[in-house]
Design a protein around this ligand. Structure first.
Ligand SMILES: Cc1ncc(COP(=O)(O)O)c(C=O)c1O
Length: 465
């Protein structure tokens, strides 16, 4: 709130009529008054500025963290850093401290933060037309979906927003296809997923989860869901029945700790699905769009799934954009009114999504992921430590599995943070590295240096205990 001194000073700037109305004593008196008021105002401004600077350097970051903690649901355990700006592979905190982002918002920022071409696509479209709903046609949606379909060899795409929504869409499509096309008796359709899967947090999707914490307290769940061990094609073969509509799989399990299946697993699953007329749904929300060094992780085994789910980096690190893609035979089970989303496929999202796909190709981000990923993985594997059980990954998607008896992955993440690197743990023991695909060799070399120091520190701590 403005103090009287500030009001008076503002009035002096704005004109004498205001002053005159407040100062009936005449020009000589009010000029002295105004001078005094300006002085008071300037000194008050200095106090305010000083307080702001102090808060900025001292109490404010903490109080803003407390603010978020006070008003936001406590469903995350963030690292103790408040980030205010990002550019390419770096983010900055309120004090101007720079961090190399090696998690890129769980792979949503594969293009790097605030990529200029994507920001341009966003702002140009935002100033023209942003949201119309699918009640009308837009000039942006067709080109975006055409590009997504041609890149992934799919016939049609259904646009949604978050990844979980797109997975829900896949499950609905699979069930409807099973009844309408495969001839599964009404209400009997089954979906098979893998143990340790992560496909999102909505109730339908959680019905596939085998993670106790994600399910506890949220039941009852959707019927007709089964889980088989990941990486075991024989287990899938045994689980398939005439009522099986679909098998949904992550080509590499991300949330579970960057778990790679044995070679030729996907190929064997695809073969089984073909044989039993079961839809193979690849959830490439995290593994897709170059993260593993191929456009799709399925390509490592030359597998073309029947259905595909994309999200995260499809939004170019700017917007939530997801797609369910499928063959015409599957997608055409949807009729107007069967399924939808107010925001799905809006012109703003379509413009950004198209720019994200084009940038991926034009800037060779997929190839860069393969090259930089191999370099980072090699570098990490060369650094021996008794704290580490395994280092695994593909492309720029790497998990370091720590021995829980010695150290927690969270502790390592905090040590890296103190040295200017953002990385996040999953399931207590695994530290995930998923930097923007634009990361350079110099940045990787610097990160490997910090990594070595952090490991040595943690080892020393261990020997002191
Ligand atoms: C493989 C996979 N599927 C689905 C999701 C859910 O995506 P969203 O958080 O956008 O709903 C995720 C998120 O991490 C994921 O990794």
């Amino acid at each position: 709130m403005a103090t009287p001194a500030i009001e008076a000073a503002v009035a002096s700037i704005m004109g004498s009529s205001i002053i005159n109305s407040n100062c009936p004593a005449g020009p000589a008196i009010f000029s002295v008054e105004v001078f005094g008021a300006v002085l008071t105002c300037v000194s008050e401004a200095f106090v305010i500025l000083g307080t702001l600077c102090f808060n900025r350097r001292h109490s404010m970051p903490d109080s803003l963290i407390e603010h978020e903690a006070r008003y936001c649901a406590q469903n995350y355990a963030p690292l103790p850093v408040m980030v205010v700006r990002g550019a390419d592979c770096y983010v900055w905190d309120r004090d101007g401290r720079r961090y190399l982002d090696m998690m890129s918002a769980y792979s949503a920022v594969s293009h790097g933060h605030c990529h200029p071409r994507l920001v341009r696509a966003l702002t140009e479209q935002a100033s023209k037309l942003a949201v119309v709903s699918r009640a009308v046609y837009s000039d942006k949606l067709g080109p975006f979906l055409e590009r997504a379909c041609s890149l992934t060899h799919m016939d049609r795409a259904l646009p949604m927003n978050s990844g979980a929504e797109a997975v829900e869409t896949a499950l609905k499509a699979a069930r409807k296809w099973a009844y309408a096309v495969k001839g599964v008796p009404s209400g009997q359709a089954e979906i098979i997923a893998c143990e340790g899967n992560f496909h999102g947090r909505t109730l339908g999707v959680l019905s596939l989860s085998t993670e106790p914490q994600y399910r506890e307290g949220f039941g009852p769940f959707m019927a007709g869901c089964k889980a088989v061990p990941y990486g075991n094609a024989d287990a899938l073969a045994s689980a398939i029945t005439p009522n099986t509509a679909a098998f949904i799989v992550e080509p590499i399990q991300g949330e579970a700790g960057i778990r790679l299946p044995p070679p030729r697993y996907l190929e064997a699953c695809a073969e089984l699905c073909r044989k039993h007329r079961v839809l193979l749904i690849a959830d490439e929300i995290q593994s897709g769009l170059g993260r593993t060094g191929k456009l799709l992780a399925c390509e490592h085994e030359s597998v073309q799934p029947d259905c595909l789910v994309l999200g995260k980096s499809l939004g170019g690190g700017l917007l939530p954009i997801s797609l369910f893609l499928a063959s015409a035979a599957v997608m055409d089970v949807f009729r107007p009114g069967d399924h939808g989303s107010t925001f799905g496929g809006n012109p703003l999202a379509a413009a950004v999504g198209l720019a994200a796909l084009e940038t991926l190709i034009d800037e060779r981000l997929i190839e860069r992921s393969a090259e930089s990923g191999a370099y980072l993985l090699g570098g990490l594997q060369r650094i021996n430590s008794p704290l580490i059980r395994e280092i695994r990954g593909r492309g720029l998607w790497i998990g370091v599995d720590f021995d829980a008896a010695h150290v927690s992955a969270r502790r390592i993440a905090e040590r890296l943070l103190a040295r200017g690197i953002l990385a996040k743990e999953t399931h207590g023991t695994v530290l995930r590295f998923a930097p923007p695909l634009t990361i350079t060799r110099e940045q990787i070399d610097w990160a490997l240096g910090q990594w070595t120091d952090v490991l040595r520190e943690a080892e020393n701590e261990l020997t002191r205990i």
